[in-house]
Design a protein around this ligand. Structure first.
Ligand SMILES: [Zn+2]
Ligand SMILES: [Zn+2]
Length: 341
């Protein structure tokens, strides 16, 4: 990634270009007191998850849920993970596959697609970061299996995996779960990311993620992955987990790498919980389109983005697409490195 040509003065704002998402970020440290003061005002678990609560996602309440797609282990009443349909899907799997209108000027499509829920644990009181590294790895493998199944349809162009943890991050159920939305289109921010990575590749012959600047931004690393605060992070304490090896598609992950990734994700979630007062957070898996052009494989490289919800999105961000981040990534990385989990 491009490095800064000007030295950083702690007190003056700086603009940095995020060359992956192709947007400018304003770093404005004067807007907060000290980076370490940047804690969540309310813990994500303070209002939810009193012990003993049961919900439709709990083991034994399967009949209260929308239909199951598969469970892990298969056919086992003592399941560890269930992938089910969303009771209130954003898109409908009942509609006919749309005719491929790629390249047409059509600006309307039937709302065809899949909206699934991944219940990460049978136990209401367990959160994702409580699971062992292998347990989190099995959740990743479940995402991969479902993406491979959805990818058998030519009409599905992109699958977005995401997790909302805590009501302020958009979670309507406190029982630990994540979601997958399979789309008949490539979403605009994915197209922008691909375009930006292609531009870097065309100019340098290299993958922008393989070349990512680590130095004082690195938080930790494992056998196959590393975690860092990106140079032009849009959000305070945003973390990326990146494969050390070049890989375009998340769903190519095997069980060994999934467990390794599980270990590093667990560490990062525990670090933000300890340093930022258990904040609500989102994580998103940024992968490459299904059935894409072969040439995309050379310059696309998947990664996970974790965003603690510490500040809201307001008018300026909505208007400009430019985020204002009060914490310099170097400072955020230092605070996250400091805590041992
Ligand atoms: Zn529950
Ligand atoms: Zn790469």
């Amino acid at each position: 990634m491009s490095s800064s040509s000007t030295s950083k003065n702690q007190n003056s704002p700086q603009l940095r270009k995020d060359i992956i998402f192709n947007r400018w970020v304003i770093f404005s440290p004067a807007r907060s007191k000290r980076p370490s003061d940047f804690k969540s005002k309310s813990s994500s678990s303070s209002s939810s998850n009193p012990t003993g609560v049961r919900c439709p996602f709990c083991i034994g309440n399967e009949h209260q849920c929308a239909p199951e797609i598969f469970r892990v282990p298969d056919n086992n009443p003592n399941w560890k993970i269930r992938v089910i349909e969303n009771l209130y899907p954003a898109l409908s799997r009942e509609l006919a596959d749309p005719v491929d209108e790629t390249g047409s000027a059509s600006s309307v499509l039937d709302g065809f697609g899949f909206h699934d829920v991944v219940i990460e644990t049978p136990d209401h009181d367990v959160v994702l970061s409580d699971l062992e590294r292998e347990g989190i790895g099995e959740v990743f493998v479940a995402y991969c299996d479902r993406i491979l199944e959805l990818g058998k349809r030519n009409s599905i162009k992109y699958v977005q995996v995401f997790k909302n943890h805590g009501a302020a991050a958009g979670a309507s159920m406190s029982h630990s779960h994540s979601q997958m939305i399979a789309l008949p289109i490539i979403p605009p921010s994915v197209s922008a990311r691909l375009g930006s990575m292609k531009e870097y590749f065309d100019q340098t012959g290299k993958c922008s993620i393989c070349e990512i600047q680590q130095e004082d931004l690195l938080i930790d690393s494992s056998t196959y992955f590393f975690s860092l605060v990106p140079y032009a992070a849009s959000f305070p304490f945003e973390i990326w987990i990146v494969p050390r090896y070049h890989s375009a598609h998340f769903h190519e992950l095997d069980a060994e790498k999934a467990a390794d990734l599980g270990g590093l994700l667990k560490q990062m979630l525990r670090k933000i919980s300890l340093q930022l007062n258990d904040p609500p957070f989102n994580f998103m898996i940024h992968t490459s389109p299904l059935h894409g052009d072969e040439s995309e494989l050379a310059y696309t490289h998947w990664f996970i983005q974790i965003v603690p919800q510490l500040i809201g999105t307001a008018g300026f961000e909505l208007a400009t697409g430019c985020y204002i981040n009060p914490v310099f990534p170097e400072d955020a990385a230092k605070i996250l490195r400091e805590v041992n989990v």
